[in-house]
Design a protein around this ligand. Structure first.
Ligand code: FA5
Length: 337
């Protein structure tokens, strides 16, 4: 019996198997317990001999189980340690590094360019008053040109700004009508436009404003020309077309010549050879006056551009929604090393 039990202990190769052996031999219904239970039936002489023998067997089997248990536990621990060990010699997995969004890069590029020409960067609120968004820009309540920019109103007097031009009025107001201004203002703007390949209900604009004594249209043309050539390359030409904005007079729209133009049927310029980039003009005397400047003494120019459209042109992006849907496969293409 002892031999048999010890052999089974030896054969048990996991903790559960060992438990079964313990129940089988040392349990209440096990053979050793049976022997001890049956002691009453034995003779006086037999009792101590059998009793001692049974106890010895029980102790030896228990001891064997105990030591086997320790061994199994040690083995399990060792196996676990081995499995969980870290091989420090393995090559590392590359960490995914993000980069600036294409739109952020293009805005910074444009900022740098204008900083190089002596402009400072200004900011203004995205939730704007009707006064700064429209009235201070020569767009009184009920003016039909307000329809050019469908708006998200929050209250009767507050709205999400439809362009960055209110920052013009704010910046001039802060100067008490006596100091020159030379600033650009990048920021988010909002319009109730239906989203399509070239329109987004939320997009970016960069406003520019220069106010000083003797500022002329030729100054505007010179600055825009320098901007276009640095942004798109020396070979590009610009042209100014008459346009209308209530806050500038005269108003223009600037086009740049199409580089990829294959003539008729060109997908970028539709064969016209020109692409519209921005709106601009000489600051309207009413706007200067409302901001406290004397229009007889001061004059200025302003412009407003959409950096998404500029990035689309420069990098051949065919859908403005790519800037906002954040598809990593699109964004990754424009990470600079
Ligand atoms: C304006 O917003 C004027 N404030 C610009 C201006 C400033 C003129 C200073 C004169 C002086 P306009 O609505 O055309 O103008 O918008 C300017 C530019 O914003 C457009 O040329 C275009 O690039 C971009 N833009 C307009 N609407 C959208 C739109 N829904 N999605 C993306 N870009 C747009």
């Amino acid at each position: 019996l002892k031999q048999e039990a010890l052999q089974k202990v030896e054969q048990a190769n996991n903790v559960q198997g060992l438990k079964d052996v313990r129940v089988e031999y040392l349990g209440k219904k096990g053979p050793i317990t049976e022997v001890l239970k049956g002691m009453g039936k034995l003779s006086k002489e037999e009792r101590p001999v059998i009793g001692q023998l049974a106890n010895e067997v029980r102790e030896q089997v228990a001891e064997a189980i105990e030591s086997k248990q320790t061994r199994l536990e040690d083995e399990a621990l060792e196996k676990q340690l081995e499995e969980e060990s870290v091989d420090v010699t393995l090559p590392g997995r590359p960490v995914q590094v993000g980069g600036p969004h294409l739109l952020t890069s293009i805005v910074e590029e444009i900022e740098d360019l204008f900083i190089g020409m002596g402009f400072e960067i200004k900011e203004g609120p995205e939730v704007e008053t009707d006064y700064y968004n429209f009235e201070a820009l020569n767009l009184p309540k009920g003016h039909p040109a307000r329809d050019m920019q469908d708006s998200f109103y929050i209250t009767e007097e507050l709205l999400l700004r439809t362009h960055t031009s209110p920052v013009q009025a704010r910046t001039m107001n802060a100067k008490n009508g006596s100091e020159p201004v030379k600033m650009i203002c990048p920021g988010k703007v909002y319009r109730r436009d239906t989203d399509d390949a070239t329109h987004s209900h939320q997009f970016t604009q960069i406003e520019g404003l220069l106010v000083d004594k003797h500022v002329r249209m030729s100054d505007l043309k010179g600055v825009l020309n320098a901007f276009a050539k640095q942004m798109f390359g020396e070979e590009r030409k610009i042209r100014l077309r008459p346009s209308f904005f209530p806050f500038t007079e005269p108003s223009v729209e600037m086009d740049i010549s199409c580089k990829v133009c294959g003539g008729e049927g060109c997908s970028v310029c539709k064969g016209t050879g020109w692409i519209e980039i921005l709106g601009a003009g000489m600051v309207h005397p009413n706007v200067l006056e409302m901001a406290g400047y004397d229009p007889k003494e001061y004059s200025g120019f302003a412009f407003g551009m959409g950096p998404e459209r500029i990035a689309m042109l420069k990098y051949g992006v065919d859908d403005i929604r790519n800037f906002y849907t954040n598809d990593i496969r699109f964004l990754e293409q424009y990470h600079k090393a």
